[in-house]
Each structure stands twice: as structure tokens, then as C-alpha cells.
Design a protein around this ligand. Structure first.
Ligand SMILES: C[S@@+](CC[C@H](N)C(=O)[O-])C[C@H]1O[C@@H](n2cnc3c(N)ncnc32)[C@H](O)[C@@H]1O
Length: 513
């Protein structure tokens, strides 16, 4: 299977002893001393046992995700701060929370074999504790005794003593086999390849089917599905971008970042908290997936000829129609600044529009403006106005599952159709708002054909003033390697298992003069 440890240095409970918060029992097992930071649901006066703070953070993340529909990447840093975890413990908690969420499909299949009732009948908090235990036992290098002891201790401290016997018994059964043996047993009699892949790689079956369909739609072999599913379970790399003309990667390089291979001014960062870099705090260097960097650069670089009456290319007007939270808008604004263009960033959600403004702060203010509005009506106010428009459409995010560990369990098959309708409306509005001769970049972080090729084909079918430019060639031109192999029938699709980027789709649609 797939949910593998990505931060091995943090994967042992010995990280706990760094805090001086541990004792060892007669068998050498680590044991927690009561801590003021721990919370408990036990009755006053009852003897309490502290939860290991790193495991407590992971548990809090899983609870917030299942109870409050929270996003793990937002809850995790807050919980890490609340429990004052040091760097090693924060790494351990991150791996545990993200790993348990990504691996939930596999772990639930294992747990279902070890629990004497349907998992839905378990207290959801108990189920989350079991998932945390299963991830430690099956995918992290935590010794079984420590995983058991600490998970039972966690449950006792935060849920109460009641379910500890059950949790202990179930996790002992889980620990009796390694992951490969479990998977062999779970899939031995499974003849349906989708069901098997869903268990082995911890994805919902409908997403396995959707990703197979996606590979085929973009001209790839369906046999790549295993690598693609595996890539979803790997911890994503952190890419940095130095905003052109404004940022620098020097500080990041000194901190250990290595230059990215796909895009210029881009680096891979694995040296820890990027927020500590001054250039990141200043907003001139930003965290951004290399695929996102590429599609923005490709749109900015498309040759659309002389656009202004005097033949000068200065003065182009660009629009980012779906701009929140502003990652691509910041890069586009910096590129616009270099090329003498201006950028209008549109975002309907006020709180996300605020994030766009913050993202753009590092770019000179005369280059950009932010508008809070529904992109579907953009052409009413701005008919045939813009030279370049980015439509980074709201989508299912099926191409960025590695970054959002809970999203595969939250998304529903019906989301694809619902978002497809919005995507068609947004793309239609964009082609009405682009000047004749101008270009619209249609982008999604989903490779699903219903959100990508079908949307583009439908919009093109209804009009005779649109044509596709070669998006594969545009991505090649924007990339350092120049040979991404992402193009297929004039559209382009990047892949996590090939390009180590999110699965960004790009179509470049030119409005004929
Ligand atoms: C994929 S995200 C864009 C990401 C952004 N371009 C970036 O790089 O940071 C899609 C955005 O579209 C916005 N959105 C949703 N409905 C919209 C609409 N009707 N018009 C314009 N934008 C919309 C969402 O709020 C979300 O911020």
C-alpha cells in the first residue's frame, strides 16, 4: 500500500523523550507523565493519564475533519501551536494525521476485519483513534508496543477509559500482520480491479474509475493508474517560486532548497518551515506547485501578436477570473509588471478576495486591482476587454489529492457534474470578456474529462470564433526541460506521477479576430 512514512526522522516515539515528558516502564516502553497541556474527559477525581501531545494533535485533526468538515491543513498548524510541539513532534504529528487520513480506506478495510461490528456502529472518536493506531502500526516505523501503548493512552485520556479495552484488542489484531500480509488477505478473492486498487491504494472506488478515465482521455496508458494512485499517497514536494523581477531564491538555497527542474525561478524546499524565510514572509517568494507556476507562465507567454493600436505590446489587460486565494494572481501580476501589462483579479468570496489582496501586496500596486464579483457575469461589465484571461476554475481537485489528505473522502461523484456546469459558465463568460485576438487559459487541478476536455469542447462547439492553441507546446516553451510530453490533441495535462506536479490541465483558447 501506499500511505508511507514521509518524515522518517520523526517517526519514532523517541521523539517524545526530547520533550522530557516521558518515563520508561519496566519493559522499556515509553510512558507519558501527566501534562498540564493534555485534556481529558474523565470524571473529576479519577486518575488521569496524559496523552502524548503529538498523537493528541493528530487525533484532534482527525476529529475536526470528521466532526466539523474541517480542512486538515488549516487545523493542523493551529493544533501544533496550541500544544506547543517542537519541530520533531510537529513532523511526527503531521505524518500521523496526514497518513491516517490518506490511508483511511485501507485502514478501515483492515479494521473491519478486526472489529466485531460494522465500523459505522463505533463511536466516531474511537474509530479515529483506531485509524491513528493502524497508521502507526502499518505504515510508520513506530514499534508495535509503543503504537499500542500510546494510542490506548491517548484514547483513555481524551475519550475515557470505556473503550480502551476494545481499542487495545483491535490494535493487537491489526499488529498481528504487516501491511503486505493484510493487503494480500483483503484482496485475495477480489476479482474487480477497481475494488482491489481502492483498498490497496486507499481511494474511493469512484475516484479510481475517474482517474483511469482521465488517463485515457489525456492520451496516457490506463496501466499508469497504480503509479498515479501511489503518487496521491506520497507527501507532496514543496515548490517555491521567486516572483519574476521581485523575488529571489538565494535565501531559500542557503536554507537547503534545490533548484526545480521544471520551471525557471523555482525551487524544491524540504528544509522545514518555509514561513521562517524572510523572502517568503515578504511575499516575493511564494509556495506554489510547479504545475501552477507552469500554467500561469504558459498563458503569460503565449504570442498573441501586437495588441494595441500603435503596435506596441505594452498596455495589455489581463484578468484572473477565479483568483482566490491568489497564488497564480501573484505570479501573473509579477509577470504583468515585467511586461507592462495590468492585472484585474476577480474572486466572488470576500474572505478569499482578501487573501488575493494579501498575495498581491508584494507586487507594485499600480499593476493590479482586485474585484469581488461572480465571474459568470464578468462580460456584462467588461465585454471584449482583456488580452489574456486565466480561468482557474473551481473543480473537484482530483489532481491535487496528495495536498488535501481528506478530500478524497469528502468529494462525491455528483460534484463532477455540478462543477462542470459552473465551469462551462465561467469559460463562456471569459470568452465573451476576451478581446478578439486575445487568449483564455482554462485551467483545473483535476484531470477529469468532464471538467477538462468536455468543458472546452462544449464551449468551442457553440461558437465559431474560438480556436485551440497548442497548450502542450506552450507548457514546453514555459518549462526548463522543454519536453514535458503533457500535450494531447492541443490541450495539456500534467501528472503527479510523471511531472511531480499537481495534475493541472491547461487549454489555451484564442478568440479569432
Ligand atoms: C481553483 S480556485 C483558484 C485558485 C487560484 N487561482 C490560485 O492560484 O490561488 C477556484 C476559485 O474560484 C472561485 N469561484 C467559485 N465560484 C466562482 C464564480 N462564480 N466566479 C469566479 N470565481 C469563482 C473560488 O472561490 C476559488 O477561489
Amino acid at each position: 500500500m501506499t500511505p508511507q512514512s514521509s518524515t522518517p526522522q520523526n517517526n519514532t516515539p523517541s521523539a517524545r523523550s526530547a520533550q522530557g515528558n516521558k518515563a520508561r516502564n519496566e519493559k522499556g516502553h515509553e510512558r507519558s507523565r501527566p501534562s498540564v497541556r493534555s485534556y481529558t474527559k474523565q470524571a473529576p477525581g479519577q486518575r488521569t493519564r496524559a496523552a502524548d501531545p503529538a498523537r493528541l494533535v493528530a487525533f484532534e485533526v482527525l476529529r475536526a475533519v470528521s466532526e466539523d468538515d474541517a480542512y486538515a491543513n488549516l487545523v493542523l498548524p493551529k493544533s501544533i501551536r496550541k500544544h506547543q510541539l517542537d519541530k520533531r513532534d510537529a513532523g511526527f504529528a503531521t505524518e500521523l494525521a496526514y497518513g491516517a487520513l490518506r490511508g483511511q480506506g485501507t485502514y478501515d478495510a483492515v479494521l473491519a476485519k478486526c472489529v466485531d461490528r460494522p465500523l459505522e456502529k463505533l463511536d466516531p472518536a474511537v474509530l479515529d483513534a483506531l485509524r491513528i493506531g493502524a497508521h502507526q502500526l502499518l505504515a510508520m516505523r513506530v514499534p508495535a508496543h509503543a503504537a499500542l501503548d500510546q494510542t490506548v493512552g491517548l484514547a483513555r485520556a481524551v475519550i475515557g477509559a470505556g473503550p480502551s479495552a476494545l481499542i487495545n484488542a483491535v490494535l493487537r489484531k491489526v499488529a498481528a500482520r504487516d501491511l503486505d500480509t493484510w493487503l494480500e488477505e483483503l484482496t485475495r478473492n477480489e476479482t474487480d480491479a477497481t475494488k482491489r486498487a481502492a483498498i490497496e491504494h486507499s481511494h474511493p472506488e469512484w475516484i479510481v474509475r475517474a482517474l483511469r478515465q482521465s488517463l485515457v482521455a489525456h492520451g496516457r496508458s490506463v496501466d499508469e493508474i497504480t503509479d498515479l494512485l501511489q503518487a496521491d499517497n506520497d507527501a507532496p514536494v514543496v515548490n517555491l517560486v521567486a516572483l519574476p523581477g521581485l523575488g529571489s531564491l538565494d535565501e531559500a538555497r542557503e536554507a537547503g532548497a534545490v533548484d526545480g527542474e521544471l520551471v525557471v525561478d523555482s525551487a524544491l524546499y524540504s528544509a522545514g518551515d518555509v514561513g521562517r524565510l524572510d523572502s517568503v514572509r515578504a511575499g516575493t517568494t511564494r509556495v506554489q506547485d510547479a504545475g501552477s507556476q507552469l500554467v500561469a507562465r504558459a498563458l503569460a507567454a503565449v504570442d498573441i501578436g501586437d495588441r494595441t493600436a500603435d503596435g506596441s505590446r505594452d498596455g495589455e489587460q489581463w484578468l484572473d477570473l477565479c483568483a482566490g486565494p491568489g497564488g497564480k494572481a501573484a505570479l501573473l501580476a509579477a509577470l504583468a509588471n515585467e511586461k507592462g501589462a495590468i492585472l484585474l483579479a476577480n474572486e466572488p468570496a470576500a474572505h478569499r478576495a482578501k487573501l488575493v489582496r494579501q498575495a498581491l501586496e508584494a507586487v507594485p500596486g499600480e499593476v493590479w486591482d482586485v474585484r469581488t464579483g461572480d465571474g459568470r457575469s464578468i462580460a456584462e461589465q467588461y465585454p471584449e476587454t482583456f488580452d489574456r484571461i486565466l480561468v482557474d476554475a473551481p473543480c473537484t481537485g482530483l489532481g491535487a489529492l496528495r495536498r488535501r489528505p481528506e478530500s478524497r473522502w469528502r468529494r462525491k461523484p455528483t460534484d463532477v457534474g455540478e462543477l462542470g456546469a459552473l465551469q462551462r459558465e465561467l469559460l463562456t463568460a471569459a470568452v465573451d470578456a476576451v478581446k478578439p485576438g486575445g487568449v483564455v487559459g482554462y485551467v483545473t487541478c483535476s484531470p477529469h474529462p468532464a471538467e477538462t476536455t468536455a468543458v472546452v469542447a462544449d464551449v468551442l462547439r457553440l461558437r465559431n470564433d474560438l480556436e485551440l492553441l497548442d497548450a502542450g507546446a506552450a507548457l514546453d516553451n514555459a518549462s526548463l526541460t522543454g519536453n514535458l510530453g503533457a500535450g494531447h490533441e492541443l490541450t495539456a495535462q500534467l501528472w503527479p506521477h510523471i511531472h511531480q506536479t499537481d495534475a493541472m490541465f491547461l487549454a489555451l483558447i484564442r478568440r479569432k479576430v
